[in-house]
Design a protein around this ligand. Structure first.
Ligand code: DX5
Ligand code: ZN
Length: 213
């Protein structure tokens, strides 16, 4: 069954605990954490002190999406905090295989994230080593952007390759996900739908999560 991962970027930072509690009670499967450094992407969000606090408050899986230039430098600290998923961007890291192995050695699900312009074929050689792939369906950096339909073909190609190689890869799609495209994305092969503004800018989070599901 598809998993719904609210992106906390669009939550109310002044009332974060209560706001995220509503999403969790509303049926969220995973909390998606957009870590940005103002360098890899033109925005700054939050870092490890906040993630540590979130870990203390919430027992559902935490998914760290690292939109930062040197993600490999932060694997140890995220492991110490106890996150469940880490994705690093293909565009930032020269030695992807090395760091994917490192993440997995900690028992954390290891993923590679791909910008819209990065061909999905670039990660085919690593497909056996990955737990998941995050397909960006907007340019990374901001919530509330319009969905880019090119993501759908990438998901389809990746699902086909995973089936061909008989690997149980999870595909996560992130950016502009709403009830209007959720069905097509799952049919294309997505397992995890990330949604920020669609959930947190609605009045009833449970209903929005159900709509996506
Ligand atoms: C963008 C982030 C997304 C974003 C999704 O860089 O990776 O997770 O918060 O937000 P929506 O669902 O509003 O596009
Ligand atoms: Zn994200």
């Amino acid at each position: 069954m598809v998993k719904i991962a609210p992106s906390i970027l669009s939550a109310d930072f002044m009332n974060l605990e209560q706001d995220l509690q509503r999403a969790v009670l509303g049926g969220a499967d995973i909390l998606h954490l957009d870590v940005m450094d103002g360098h890899f992407v033109p925005n700054l969000t939050f870092g490890y002190p906040l993630i540590r606090q979130l870990r203390k408050c919430f027992s559902i899986p935490l998914d760290a999406h690292l939109m930062i230039t040197n993600p490999e430098e932060y694997i140890d600290i995220l492991a110490d905090i106890g996150v469940d998923y880490i994705s690093i961007h293909q565009e930032t890291v020269l030695h992807l295989h090395r760091y994917i192995q490192k993440i997995k050695e900690y028992g954390i699900k290891a993923g590679i994230a791909l910008n819209p312009a990065t061909p999905v074929e670039t990660i085919f050689p690593l497909i056996n080593d990955l737990d998941f792939v995050l397909i960006m369906s907007v340019n990374p950096g901001f919530g509330g952007q319009k969905f880019l339909p090119l993501a759908q073909d990438k998901i389809r190609a990746l699902r086909r390759k995973a089936q061909e190689k008989n690997v149980s890869l999870q595909i996560e799609v992130d950016g502009g996900v709403t009830r209007d495209n959720a069905r097509q994305l799952v049919q294309a092969g997505a397992d995890i739908l990330v949604a920020g503004s669609y959930i947190f800018h609605s009045t009833d989070y449970a209903e929005s999560i159900n709509n996506l599901r």
